[in-house]
Design a protein around this ligand. Sequence first.
Ligand SMILES: NC(=O)C[C@H](N)C(=O)O
Length: 493
Amino acid sequence: MTEPTALTIAEARDALKAKTLSAGELTEAYISAIEAANGALNAYVAVTPDKARAMAKASDERIAKGEAGALEGIPLGIKDLFATEGVHTQACSHILDKFEPRYESTVTSNLWSAGAVMLGKLNMDEFAMGSSNETSYYGPVKNPWRKTGSNVDLVPGGSSGGSAAAVAAHLCAGATATDTGGSIRQPAAFTGTVGIKPTYGRCSRWGIAAFASSLDQAGPIARDVKDAAILLKTMASTDAKDTTSVDRDVPDYEAAVGRSVKGLKIGIPKEYRVERMPEEIEALWQKGIEWLKDAGAEIVDVSLPHTKYALPAYYIVAPAEASSNLARYDGVRYGLRVPGENIADMYEKTRAAGFGREVKRRIMIGTYVLSAGYYDAYYLKAQKVRTLIKRDFETVYADGIDALLTPATPSAAFGIADQDMASDPVKMYLNDIFTVTVNMAGLPGLAVPGGLSQDGLPLGLQLIGRPFDEETLFSVGSAIEKAAGRFTPKKWW
Ligand SMILES: NC(=O)C[C@H](N)C(=O)O
């Protein structure tokens, strides 16, 4: 029999339904896999076996009574950014030390209401700021993938590095993640998994620690396109507690998987052919184009003229919002408190000790671009650029384009403590060059594996859709998946 942890969500769902596997057995298999692997991979920052067993037992009882929910008995990992009642929720920051919320985020409560089982909390870049998972207070996550014949540890990408690594290494059936500028799609690309950032407003942000509220969106990381569709269906909802969540029915995303792409118009934006793009990324993109042509789609060259301004504008808007959102961590209500001479001294000492370097850098950039005298020159201008970026997409969609195809990242996974990235934060920020436009425009974006690099590392393609048209992304994504195949790392841990 296949190992229970090797099953996709769709397969596990069938096995649970056929009663050839129980939720208890499936959950035990994941708990053992985490125990065996987490010391090496550091994907989980908190494991909740007792809770998982109790949830699985309840699932088995519901299955026996014929009352199974859409995700009944499916063991999931949760990014540490989501509030989980009574369970470690620290956005992988020292400043939230020992914080265990008294409430549950809307996305996770949707999952538990559908019968899913929580395995624990997943590592991430501190407050989701990073592209390598190295800014986590809990240390870096190791990518389950290594170059062929090498034993050098690589990053899994970030900020949802723990989510991506856990899914790739089969330490959960699927995971929640969030994406502000690429945090779902870049780690998915680096680990050979599938990740979707839905349209802004599709998932409730309630109970997710805020980084940049106008850009943050939750979404799943999964082993294949179908599993991503299954997870998003339950994660998405309209929520009175988040006024930016939209009042729209959630479609049956799973039904879109495998649907024909014949006649769809796929745009290829020429501005994504950036300078010094590695040949293998260019080749991957070309392969994606050929696969979609073979599947009957029409390929159209398009232009998104303001693309090159997206990254600099993102690194103004995101830090500006972060500096405001992170003002709440002051040592008064929750988390870390470092005593001081007086209250101002206590704030200073707490924030100095509680935040890591990258978070401090963003707070300083954000405070600067919002300050009197600089607001118009930076923040206001960046917001105007954001409108131009959004209009670029509106123009191509008005011309009948159904979705756009681009690479997901400008490279494959790089080494932990990469000197180039460590010495120059802008080099790290360049990881987001293909993904931030999507957040700036509020659009859905899907990352799907397209193949392996010459060194044997996964490379991802990105599909960008019309607002609230995640279904087309699932259809086109599954056409790519069908042609490219699926990718699982060789176990070394
Ligand atoms: N949060 C994200 O989407 C990650 C992005 N690399 C950032 O550091 O802002």
